[in-house]
Design a protein around this ligand. Structure first.
Ligand code: AVJ
Length: 336
């Protein structure tokens, strides 16, 4: 059995869910954070999304990694790979193959879901004999400083999940990662790019309705864990492009006037007919903005890659030494 390091116990997760749901459902407008989509069913639905014709990000990021993994290995000489939000199996393997050939010693997958993490880590350990696999169950937004990396560390945050954060959260998160990095370490960041609105909306509102089910799944998670009685089918899936913030917003729109009871919180929530509740933002970036945000968080770009279509980006960033912080003109950071 693989040993797993736990900074997050199942009770902590339940507690975080309660707090998020209590705050989000009593706010005006109501919101729910996207991290609660991913129970077993939600993770399966997300995997299904990644295979949809409309959902390009996973395929594009995989193509960039396939083309650039060798360069990433050469540029970083990484001996430790820390993957935040691990589990993107095939993409991980592309990295492990290239980094492994160049001297990678340790792989530290970090994820909130312990069960899933152990399964994935055991598979990888079996496929890469000689690689030390050290899974960590943690909330990377809260436990970053507790995660032990190693020398010549590469921290990978892939998939475009950075887009789930609002600008202030991104800044805090990128700065916190920066705080854990030594001069020989690096960050590998996957981020989706601004593009034609139609394609963006289609990617989050697919023909077959998989994303709609994924969106409604947050209500099932709340039902299951907080003794709630949401009727998921009583909410419509909505995906809209917000041109000001340059993010896709997913919402659940109540199909009628209705009440939901959340037993574990002793809370009843009223929804008006047509009321919309935000469940996710997925921000899209322009390269200049990404660079500016990274600079503001204390990084210098080592490489910036996109797929041939320019749909998705992969950035390799290094900590910027204090001495050159003044001469970097990061440009205005667009926050808010
Ligand atoms: C896993 C956060 C990168 O924002 O594109 C997919 C999640 N939401 N379809 C994204 C998601 C709707 C996805 N991330």
């Amino acid at each position: 059995m693989m040993r797993i390091e736990h900074f997050l116990k199942p009770e902590d997760l339940e507690e975080a869910l309660r707090a998020d749901v209590a705050a989000g459902l009593t706010a005006e407008p109501k919101t729910l954070p996207p991290k609660w989509f991913y129970d077993d069913r939600g993770s399966e639905l997300f995997t299904e999304i990644t295979r949809l014709e409309e959902y390009y990000p996973t395929r594009r990021e995989r193509a960039i990694l396939a083309a650039r993994a060798g360069e990433i290995a050469a540029l970083t000489g990484a001996r430790t790979l820390v993957e935040l939000g691990a589990g993107s199996g095939e993409k991980t393997r592309l990295l492990l193959d290239a980094l492994g050939a160049a001297g990678l010693e340790t792989y530290v997958p970090v994820d909130v879901s312990g069960d899933y993490l152990v399964d994935a880590a055991e598979k990888i350990a079996a496929e890469y004999p000689g690689l030390e696999v050290r899974p960590v169950a943690a909330d990377y937004e809260r436990h970053l400083s507790l995660i032990r990396g190693g020398p010549r560390e590469l921290v990978a945050f892939l998939g475009g999940t950075i887009g789930n954060m609002v600008p202030e959260e991104r800044h805090a998160f990128l700065s916190a990662i920066r705080g854990t990095l030594g001069p020989d370490d690096a960050l590998l960041l996957g981020a989706d790019l601004v593009k034609d609105e139609k394609r963006l909306v289609r990617a989050y509102d697919d023909e077959s309705g998989v994303t709609a089910e994924f969106n409604r799944n947050v209500l099932r998670v709340i039902n299951g864990h907080l003794d709630a009685d949401f009727v998921p089918e009583a909410f419509d899936h909505v995906a809209v492009w917000d041109p000001e913030n340059e993010w896709i917003e997913m919402r659940l729109r109540s199909r009628a006037r209705q009440e939901a009871r959340i037993g574990a919180l002793d809370l009843s929530v009223h929804f008006a007919d047509g009321e919309e509740m935000r469940t996710e933002i997925s921000a899209k970036f322009r390269p200049e903005r990404l660079e500016a945000e990274l600079a503001a968080a204390g990084y210098a770009l080592a490489a910036f890659w996109t797929d041939p279509e320019g749909d998705f980006s992969l950035t390799l960033a290094r900590p910027r030494g204090d001495h050159d912080s003044e001469k970097t003109s990061a440009g205005p950071l667009t926050v808010g």
